[in-house]
Design a protein around this ligand. Structure first.
Ligand code: ZN
Length: 467
């Protein structure tokens, strides 16, 4: 739309310089053009597409999952933040944003391709809270190289480079679990992470695992109707309610699956004690969310769109990762997210929460519903995939799920769906690249996909509304 507005402004300026009649005439023409362009149909409408390149460039095309982007000599290439970038630089794993038009389903003509500078850089810089010990004890001044499973990666901590190892505490607690490690490294052909620098830091503070605003989530019943609900309470006062899905079999299945897939480190000291709880909320919004205290909510609409247990295990693992990695706390303290004054106006009162995002926005944690920064979402997806593999599930089901969701919702840029700010395409393409790079030789043929219990749960669920 920008260029049309530019044209109108230009015409306005000419009008002011005189030649009133000519100006009016031209303006009239401009209005007609504007309407006819708009009326030309949606395929010509300018759109944006964002994602990681999943296949090598061929014949002036690149692919992001199923979407084929065509570029030409007229396409503008731009590196965000300055620097040179051209068609020769297009490679698998690069995060791009393309502007252009859809010519058919999955066919996109790019007028402009912007590249994210960070994804161009081969050096990976991440920060993660550890949930596992290294396989063998390491002396604090040790110089032996060792492997550490962290962040959904295998970190190869070498003798070279700068490193500082944590020291064991007097209480005999693990010196690793719960601690934070910042690392810088590059990926090897085998998929491991050759780490150059490591820096160990303290675990998140205990209040990183509390809901801001002194809120607690408890199970209760609506006094008027007697239906089972989840309540946000401040002291004894109910601040808002959410309707629990009334079919017991569904609640029990999600609870028991959730309990089985919590990574063991999530419960160990000195990681702050976490109590995970899993609930199915009756809602037509396709979403799942995790509160900082370990309360994980899955909406019926999302559950209904899933094909198998591996997909649900992925979604739950993703939410568990947000909790264990204290993403609410990190998003508040490490990004330029505006801190919000913690004041819960009792607008929901004892009534039902219309929008969980708006409700949580009041205490500054709308990200729980709307999605975190790309870096944190990617970390949750990386950890979720690792968890699936550890449990013997097929991680490709996560990709299949993103493809289904992309087809269903991927073209809408504003909707209240799961992580709306990072589209399904963005996350699906990230995981595709991550899986190939991290596990280049993996064979998932024997990995678990579905169970009888999942099918029984789906049958018990019956039809539900999906937005
Ligand atoms: Zn997320």
């Amino acid at each position: 739309m920008g260029e049309y507005r530019g044209l109108a402004a230009d015409l306005g300026a000419r009008g002011k310089r005189g030649a009133m009649r000519k100006g009016l005439f031209r303006a009239g023409v401009a209005v007609l053009c504007f309407l006819s362009l708009c009326g030309a149909g949606h395929p010509q409408q300018k759109s944006k597409l964002r994602g990681y390149i999943t296949d090598p460039a061929r014949d002036n095309t690149i692919r992001i999952l199923d979407d084929v982007l065509t570029y030409s000599s007229g396409t503008d290439f731009e590196m965000e933040g300055g620097g040179s970038f051209s068609a020769q630089d297009l490679e698998v794993g690069l995060l791009i944003e393309a502007e252009g038009t859809w010519s058919a389903k999955h066919q996109f003509t790019a007028q402009k391709i912007k590249c994210d500078r960070d994804s161009f850089d081969k050096v990976i810089r991440e920060s993660v809270f550890l949930s596992e010990d290294p396989p063998t004890a390491q002396a604090a001044d040790g110089t032996e190289p060792f492997r550490l499973r962290a962040d959904g990666e295998i970190l190869l901590i070498g003798a070279a480079g700068r490193r500082s190892l944590p020291t064991a505490s007097a209480g005999g607690d693990s010196p690793y679990i719960g601690r934070r490690v910042k690392y810088t490294g590059t990926r090897t052909a085998k998929g491991e992470m050759e780490v150059r620098d490591t820096e160990f830091g303290p675990p998140p503070p205990a209040d990183a695992f509390e809901i801001p605003g002194d809120l607690k989530v408890t199970e209760g019943t609506d006094p008027q109707t007697g239906i089972a609900v989840l309540e946000f309470r401040k002291g004894n006062k109910v601040q808002g309610r959410m309707k629990l899905f009334p079919v017991k079999k569904v609640q029990q299945y999600v609870k028991s699956l959730g309990a089985q897939i919590i990574p063991p480190g999530g419960l160990k000291k000195p990681f702050p004690p976490l109590e995970f709880r899993f609930f199915v909320i009756e809602s037509e919004e396709v979403n799942a969310s995790a509160l900082p205290d370990g309360t994980i909510l899955v909406n019926t609409a999302l559950l209904a769109l899933m094909d198998n247990e591996a997909q649900l295990a992925f979604v739950l693992s993703h939410e568990i990762a947000h909790v264990m990695q204290a993403h609410v706390w990190r998003q508040i303290h490490e990004t330029r997210t505006k801190r919000v004054l913690i004041t819960i106006a009792a607008i929901a009162g004892s009534g039902y929460i219309g929008s969980l995002a708006t409700f949580l926005g009041q205490i500054g944690i709308a990200a729980v519903v709307n999605g975190y920064t790309r870096k944190l979402e990617n970390q949750a997806d990386r950890l979720a995939v690792q968890n699936l593999l550890d449990l013997g599930y097929n991680p490709q089901e996560a990709l299949r799920f993103f493809r289904v969701m992309t087809d269903r919702y991927g073209f809408r840029s504003t909707s209240a769906i799961w992580s709306n700010h990072d589209s399904m395409l963005l996350r699906g393409s990230f995981l595709t690249v991550q899986l190939r790079r991290r596990f280049p030789d993996a064979d998932y043929a024997r990995a678990r996909v579905d169970t009888e219990d999942f099918r029984a749960m789906r049958a018990a669920m019956g039809p539900v509304k999906i937005q």
